[in-house]
Design a protein around this ligand. Structure first.
Ligand SMILES: [Zn+2]
Length: 207
């Protein structure tokens, strides 16, 4: 058994959980969050937890290179794979929002949701202007999250242009160097997706 995660890591995860719950982004215990502890360990939420009321017992320490014990989120392999691929990642947050769930279905075959010309692009690390195109990758959903993680890492690699991706009909993953940056990326990407969904809906009804 690994020791419990540091209190500071638990609190960062719990704080994001309260924020995400207040926005309606983690309905019915959906979503999962993680925070790097050191080069080889991360703190990850357990399964079935109310994400708006995370306590110390709801977060476990996992080793990046060891089998995942029972009771941990079924999506933990997707988190661990991101940390293994990119040592600069300090936090990974996953939410189930309406815009992420709907748009990922519409654009699954295209392989990405493409947004263009939004000021909010600047919320994403590496984007300095609204005069840019953001392509948020979309992957098929799969209950075999180990196989899915391999597929995702093969496409994203260490230099993912966008700090997030979508699972079709499922939700949004985003990450950052620390919890604050990961939260900014979740918020920025979710705002872009919400705008893009609204824009497509309006375009549909205008014709
Ligand atoms: Zn999920």
């Amino acid at each position: 058994m690994l020791p419990p995660p540091p209190a500071a890591a638990v609190e960062e995860i719990a704080a994001f959980g309260r924020f995400a719950a207040s926005r309606g982004w983690v309905p019915a215990t959906a979503g999962n969050f993680s925070r790097r502890i050191d080069a080889r360990h991360v703190a990850v939420t357990r399964s079935g937890v109310d994400k708006g009321a995370i306590g110390a017992a709801d977060v476990a320490t996992l080793a990046l290179d060891a089998p995942i014990p029972a009771g941990i989120s079924a999506e933990a392999p997707l988190h661990l794979a991101r940390y293994r691929t990119d040592p600069a990642i300090g936090a990974v947050f996953h939410v189930h929002t309406v815009a992420a769930t709907v748009l990922s279905r519409l654009d699954e075959r295209a392989g990405a949701v493409r947004t263009e010309g939004y000021e909010m692009h600047k919320a994403l690390a590496g984007y300095a202007s609204h005069e840019s195109v953001v392509e948020i990758p979309v992957f098929r959903n799969d209950q075999d999250t180990v196989a899915l993680a391999d597929e995702i890492e093969a496409r994203l690699g260490r230099d993912a242009r966008v700090p997030g991706f979508l699972l079709a009909g499922h939700g949004l993953y985003a990450w950052g160097a620390n919890a604050a940056e990961a939260r900014r990326h979740v918020e920025g990407l979710e705002f872009l997706l919400a705008c893009h969904l609204e824009e497509r809906r309006l375009r549909c009804t205008q014709h």
